[in-house]
Design a protein around this ligand. Structure first.
Ligand code: NAD
Ligand code: UDP
Length: 337
């Protein structure tokens, strides 16, 4: 039996595929490469000393899914494939709902037809919406999302919830990620954003290698200790390990359930800059800019449910996040290209 990983050539997917292969699981990767490189999987296979089956295809392509389920024995699906740029989603909402929500519905229909009932979904802290009290805890009702991207994650959780109510065989876990950063410690795989990065750490890393001149810090007047936003950054390898724990827990799940995957601590933008400078020995020039639309001042996870139920917790701190980001970026100044 193999695990199907959709979006497995992407940033979080590739780290998870590596962790699965390293513990001996068989893996089938389905990715349309709209935001990833085949090279990521080549490197994962080299690191693991084991091959994955790679299918270049789209989760919305029924014929492709049917063929994949017919020719591989799949025990569970880890579903990463999605579009993920918050700003772009406000300009292209239909593309986001079509890819992320309608695409997931097609995937679930084909899973049902193939008799595959185990499902792990990449959700996001953004499903808690703008007004949730911090730290975010799973008992807080989700909703109040502020972008089509966030709403696509919320809607997909509702699809999972409702399907699980109707189909007792369906077992589903939504993992609500906080802010994934870092890279595998080998420096062979990492985050490789197309164009100018939207996210903080890839932007900082590209300033450090000289591809970008200066970081803009979005807002210096928030009601936080140093005036900049607080986020709960989580090392991508810790996050990947969370998927393995969730996979092991699926057999005990009744229907649909959700877990926060975060470290439980808020770190400011200025603290991130300082930590990166320490790890890389590079100065990061920055300038305080106006607040970015839609940014929340501060949020972090209450991860105690994942700690106790999944027996999962973060083991890598900010120093490791920065060290591994810099190792990846300096070894691969042009990413996978
Ligand atoms: P990523 O863009 O690196 O990975 C997504 C992968 O899915 C890419 O390889 C892309 O080519 C593929 N893909 C997209 N649409 C597809 C489709 N229709 N069919 C097949 N493949 C498709 O992104 P990531 O950062 O690794 O994120 C993985 C998942 O985690 C996404 O669902 C994302 O929304 C979610 N998530 C990410 C973050 C984050 O900050 N990175 C935070 C919370 C949740
Ligand atoms: N940020 C910033 N400059 C950038 C990118 C991000 O100051 O070029 C800040 C952003 O305002 C937020 C934090 O860094 O407070 C994390 O942003 P990111 O986009 O990485 O993640 P988000 O929490 O928005 O998903």
């Amino acid at each position: 039996m193999a695990i199907l990983v959709t979006g497995g050539a992407g940033y979080i997917g590739s780290h998870t595929v590596l962790a699965l292969l390293q513990r001996g699981d068989d893996v089938v990767v389905l990715d349309n490469l709209c935001n990833a490189s085949r090279e990521a999987i080549n490197r994962v296979e080299k690191l693991a000393g084991k091959k994955a089956t790679f299918v270049e295809g789209d989760i919305r392509d029924r014929a492709c899914l049917r063929d994949l389920f017919a020719s591989n024995s799949i025990s569970a699906v880890i579903h990463f494939a999605a579009l993920k740029a918050v700003g772009e989603s406000t300009r292209m909402p239909l593309e986001y709902y079509e890819n992320n929500v309608a695409g997931t519905v097609v995937l679930l229909e084909e899973m049902r037809d193939a008799g595959v009932w185990n499902f792990i979904f990449s959700s996001s802290a953004t499903v808690y919406g703008a007004d949730a009290p911090v730290p975010y805890v799973e008992t807080t009702p989700i909703g109040g999302t502020t972008s089509p991207y966030g709403t696509s994650k919320l809607m997909t959780e509702f699809v999972m919830r409702d399907f699980a109510k109707a189909e007792p065989k369906f077992k589903a876990i939504a993992l609500r990620y906080f802010n994934p950063v870092g890279a595998h410690e080998s420096g062979e795989i990492g985050e490789d954003p197309a164009g100018i990065p939207n996210n903080l750490l890839p932007y900082i890393a590209q300033v450090a290698i000289g591809r970008l001149e200066k970081l803009g810090v979005f807002g210096g007047d928030y009601d936080t200790p140093d005036g900049t936003c607080l986020r709960d950054y989580i090392h991508v390898v810790d996050l990947a390990e969370g998927h393995l724990k969730a996979l092991d827990y699926l057999s005990k799940v009744e229907g649909y359930t959700a877990f926060n995957l975060g470290g439980g601590k808020g770190v400011s933008v200025l603290e991130m800059i300082k930590a990166f400078e320490k790890a890389s020995g590079k100065a990061i020039p920055f300038e305080i800019k106006p607040r970015r639309d839609g940014d929340l001042p501060a949020f972090w996870a209450d991860a105690s449910l994942a700690n106790t139920t999944l027996d999962w917790r973060v083991t890598r701190g900010i120093d490791e996040m920065m060290r591994d980001t810099w190792n990846w970026q300096s070894k691969n100044p042009d990413g996978f290209r």
